[in-house]
Design a protein around this ligand. Structure first.
Ligand code: SIN
Length: 284
């Protein structure tokens, strides 16, 4: 994408781009903010290197895109409840966000954007991958598009945050603090094919972490269709992979992507600061 105030360097052909020439520690001009916004919509995930971001400045920048959310299950920081410090100490096996997913699709209004800042990143490992649900939709056959268009998927955190299988999360054995609430068990409905409110492009909007069935079908009946979509949409051709460095920022568009945090750095500490920005309920 051509732009006067930033340089956009694609990382992979399906999605992902580095943005150069922006200092996020300072307020951006209206024009530069718009260029960053447009690059995010065009590339679905954007990366910045060497950014000095205080918690306050991270929140301020995030607010330009919408309203930062307070997570109903995972505790935020004491000073800024909207900011989650995603810490994995050296030696701890559990890693937050491992498994393909789109953030918070179990919300009535799924998160629109996530912004993650690398504070202490491992020398190797701990990369994050993203996959384009728009590219995946575009590559479905016409017959499959017709079958899926108009279907509604049911989403819930009840498997991912099930206290019976993830008890240690609620028992304070992880570095992140989890609180059980109705948000864990509630079920919400979203169109299985979702249209992006800015770009107008269509995406496959299901993910293996939070989608539990297709509306009007049993879980068993839904499973083969969903499983097919999970495998199809996260194939390497639709994906990119980002190697973190300290002071890197990734911002991704949850309206049209899934992502996967690699759990391959047990011996290293990793500390990230995350904020999600609230989205819309799309028409069903
Ligand atoms: C997440 O799923 O939000 C975490 C991603 C990461 O830590 O790389």
């Amino acid at each position: 994408m051509g732009s006067s105030t930033i340089e956009v360097e694609p990382l992979a052909s399906s999605l992902g781009a580095f943005i150069h020439g922006v200092d996020l520690s300072k307020a951006l001009s209206e024009e530069q903010f718009q260029d960053v916004h447009d690059a995010l919509v065009d590339n679905s995930v954007v990366f910045f290197r060497d950014q000095d971001l205080t918690p306050e400045r991270q929140l301020e920048f995030a607010r330009g895109f919408g309203t930062p959310e307070v997570h109903p299950i995972v505790a935020g920081s004491n000073d800024h409840p909207e900011l989650i410090e995603v810490l994995k100490p050296a030696g701890e096996g559990a890693s937050f966000g491992t498994g393909w997913h789109t953030d918070n699709t179990f919300f009535e209004k799924p998160s629109m954007i996530t912004m993650l800042y690398g504070i202490e990143t491992p020398p190797v490992g701990g990369d994050t991958m993203w996959a384009s649900m728009e590219k995946a939709y575009d590559h479905l056959s016409d017959g499959m598009k017709e079958l899926l268009d108009g279907l509604v998927a049911v989403h819930s955190a009840k498997v991912a945050f099930d206290p019976r299988t993830t008890a240690e999360k609620y028992e304070g054995k992880h570095s992140l603090k989890y609180t059980y609430s109705d948000a864990v068990t509630q079920e919400v409905e979203h169109p299985l094919i979702r249209t992006h409110d800015v770009s107008g492009r269509k995406s496959i909007f299901v993910n293996p972490m939070f989608t539990i069935r297709i509306k009007g079908m049993t879980e068993k009946e839904s499973a083969p269709i969903l499983q097919y979509l999970y495998e199809f949409s996260t194939q390497p051709e639709f994906a990119c992979r980002f190697r973190w460095e300290d002071k890197s920022v990734a911002m991704w568009d949850n309206r049209c992507t899934q992502h996967y945090a690699m759990n391959d750095y047990v011996q290293y500490r990793r500390l990230m600061r995350r904020v999600t920005i609230g989205g819309d309920k799309r028409p069903v």
